[in-house]
Ligand binder design. Structure first.
Ligand code: C5P
Length: 222
């Protein structure tokens, strides 16, 4: 049986994971966070002492790495060689390594295969950078979720301050702009809006409004 898949792409900090998770919950679909997979690979490269600029070393190290997913009470867990590393991948160090190494084809090929296999088995809401363009080009519902870099930086700043982390708003915005640039200008699967994706700019929208817009887009394509 062919499954109904929803692809959500967009730049860092657009709120994809919060929104995608809730959309999946309401529809009873499986939520797949593909960024977590690139982060898991990145953790493997960090642990192996790999220089992210060394493409050969990254490619070789990719070959024998085992990344897999498991769901606990509906929540995605990422496993690296069987070890649950979900709690270890949200650091800046891992995020930067993921951004630097996701440009390489062998990294992408391995993870895309895993993502496509999942989408063949389940109804998924999958978020990332290349889901509508490369991973699930035939997905019936595609969303490109974005917001201005100032709004995204402001949200991230608030999140960090609430956690008691000292940070600088201007620096956060610079980081976001750099990461966007890398994601949008890489050779392999750059971030861009698929031709048939619905554009949702959440700069001036509440979470509930964004969810409603996505559910509406899914319904109209279903
Ligand atoms: O979304 P998140 O910030 O967790 O993703 C980490 C990094 O993984 C991103 O900066 C991006 O470079 C990469 N990524 C990707 N393709 C995806 C998901 C994430 O290249 N589908």
């Amino acid at each position: 049986m062919k499954h109904f898949n929803i692809a959500i792409d967009g730049p860092a900090g657009a709120g994809k994971s919060t929104i995608a998770k809730e959309v999946a919950r309401r529809l009873g679909f499986v939520y797949v966070d593909t960024g977590a997979m690139y982060r898991t690979m990145a953790l493997h490269f960090i642990r192996s002492g790999i220089d992210p600029k060394d493409e050969q070393a990254v490619a070789a190290s990719c070959r024998d790495v085992d990344v897999s997913l498991r769901y606990e009470n509906g929540v995605q867990q990422v496993l690296l060689g069987g070890e649950n590393v979900t709690g270890l991948i949200r650091t800046e160090e891992v995020g930067n390594m993921a951004s630097a190494t996701s440009v390489y084809k062998p990294v992408r090929e391995k993870l895309v295969e895993l993502q496509q296999a999942l989408a063949r088995r389940e109804n998924v809401v999958m978020d990332g950078r290349d889901i509508g363009t490369c991973v699930l080009p035939d997905a019936p519902a595609k969303i490109y979720l974005t917001a201005s870099s100032a709004v995204r930086a402001g949200r991230r700043y608030k999140e960090l301050v609430e956690k008691g982390v000292e940070c600088d708003l201007a620096e956060i915005e610079r980081d976001i702009i750099d990461r966007d640039y890398r994601d949008m200008n890489r050779e392999n699967s750059p971030l861009r809006q698929a031709e048939d994706a619905v554009l949702v700019d959440s700069s001036c929208m509440t979470v509930e409004q964004v969810i409603a817009a996505i559910l509406e887009a899914a319904k109209s394509r279903g």
